[in-house]
Write a protein that binds this ligand. Structure first.
Ligand code: SF4
Ligand code: SF4
Length: 435
């Protein structure tokens, strides 16, 4: 693709990077058919190729974008299915990330929209704010129909009961059982640790049982992805730097073999820290080192080798391959192999390359499109006849839960098969069926 940036524009590192990405696109349109929003809306501007043109024009112009441009970029899920399809290696992720930052800096959204985005960025990424916000939301959830339209999806997705804070989910070292084979830092995260604390607890049990010492490093927390995808660049980078500092301290204290991430949206972000801080002389080297050590929990467990105990559960598991795992990190085979090794029967979900509509804050900001993608995914899950759905990302689990089939994190099943308790969502569903 031809570009027309000025030399002055290309002096900016982000613009120079985006220009390279744009030039790699040959506008073949192969990516269009696998884009969820194009599949739903059938509009070229709601597909990757159309968005690439919009981003190019916006960045070349170097001015505030039109509302229509913002609308089509906002509708993008950042699911990265287009990157899997693209034969030319176009890094759409870095391009749209740059576009979102540009929009945040140069476009004035309506007041309600601005406040909502600020609220989501501030609250979701800070467990200390999210917990009381969810407790308050649970109290007024039944009043959702009376609330302003923009707030209704927030209340609809808020749980009716907020789980208690887990005693295991705190900053400390969890020793390996038996001989220590590995020492890892676990990203404890933000929203997941409030909404589904059982995931970190199961992850710690699974890792320590297989010989990994687990460090939850003081000072680590949100990976920065939520604010990054809202275009709130400075806030996102503050989270990124805090994590890097925390893990570097843990590394220099006693060594760290890997940074383990059990939410694939966060894993894609941590693996990109090196790129995000490439121009920061104080952090570039450390950030690249952290990204190089970041691993999804499935990668680490594949390396450690799974030791299943007891008879095979024989349960058919519909494996939902989160976009950030399959497209963002190109991890698709390992979780299914681990499930099979643990005695489950993993099955693929038809149209598995398409997003479920969760996508960070997407289901809160684009509720209509998100609910259409959810319904489509649930219909495909029903076709599998599976008794449980497994996914490696908390956003997908929240998005697909509540429709009958229990949805759990893959690590919860692996933990159960290797000596841990039955996942709470599965136990609740079995209890409901028995009543
Ligand atoms: S598939 Fe790749 S090269 Fe083709 S239009 Fe899409 S992004 Fe451009
Ligand atoms: S990231 Fe997903 S929604 Fe966005 S353009 Fe690519 S395929 Fe479409």
């Amino acid at each position: 693709m031809q570009t027309e940036f000025t030399l002055a524009q290309l002096a900016d590192s982000d613009t120079a990077q985006s220009e390279k990405i744009l030039r790699a696109c040959v506008h073949c349109g192969f990516c269009t058919a696998t884009c969820p929003t194009y599949v739903l809306l059938g509009d070229e501007l709601d597909g990757p190729r159309g968005r690439i043109y919009l981003l190019k024009n916006m960045l070349e112009k170097g001015a505030a974008p039109e509302a229509d441009t913002v609308k089509h970029i906002d509708r993008c899920l950042s699911c990265l299915a287009c990157m899997t399809t693209c034969p030319s290696g176009v890094n759409y992720m870095h391009l749209v990330d740059h576009g979102r930052r540009w929009i945040e800096r140069h476009y004035r959204r309506p007041l309600g929209e601005r406040l909502l985005r600020r609220l989501l960025g501030a609250v979701l990424s800070r467990p200390g704010l999210l917990r009381p916000a969810l407790l308050a939301a649970a109290l007024v959830k039944h009043l959702a129909p009376l609330m302003p339209a923009r707030l209704r999806p927030l209340l609809a997705l808020a749980p009716s009961r907020v789980p208690a804070r887990s005693a295991d989910d705190r900053e400390r070292v969890f020793p390996a059982e038996g001989v220590r084979r590995m020492r890892v830092a676990l990203l404890s995260g933000c929203a997941q640790r409030v909404l589904m604390p059982e995931i970190n607890v199961a992850t710690i049990r699974l890792l320590t049982r297989h010989g990994a010492e687990v460090v939850v490093a003081p000072g680590s927390g949100c990976c920065g992805a939520l604010t990054h995808h809202l275009g709130q660049h400075d806030t996102a980078l503050a989270f990124v730097r805090a994590n890097i500092d925390a893990w570097e301290r843990a590394r220099t204290d006693s060594g760290i073999d890997a940074i383990v991430v059990n939410a694939s949206g966060c894993g894609t972000m941590v693996k990109d820290y090196g790129f995000l801080l490439r121009d920061d002389p104080a952090y570039a080297e450390k950030a690249a080192r952290i990204s190089g050590r970041a691993r999804d929990i499935a990668e680490v467990m594949a390396e450690l080798g799974l030791r299943a105990t007891g008879p095979a559960k024989g349960l058919v598991v519909a494996y939902h391959s989160a976009c950030s795992l399959q497209h963002g990190q190109k991890i698709h085979r390992e979780p299914k192999e681990l499930l099979a090794a643990a005695g489950f029967e993993p099955v693929d979900i038809p149209e598995g390359h398409l997003c479920c509509g969760s996508a960070g804050t997407y289901n809160l900001l684009q509720p209509e499109l998100a609910s259409r993608l959810r319904a489509r995914k649930l219909a495909h899950i029903a076709q599998t006849g599976a008794g449980v759905v497994a996914a490696g990302n908390v956003g997908c689990i929240a998005q697909l839960s509540g429709a009958g089939v229990p949805v759990v994190h893959t690590v919860e099943l692996l933990d159960w098969a290797t000596g841990g308790p039955i996942p709470p969502a599965l136990a609740a569903s079995a209890g409901a069926a028995a009543r």
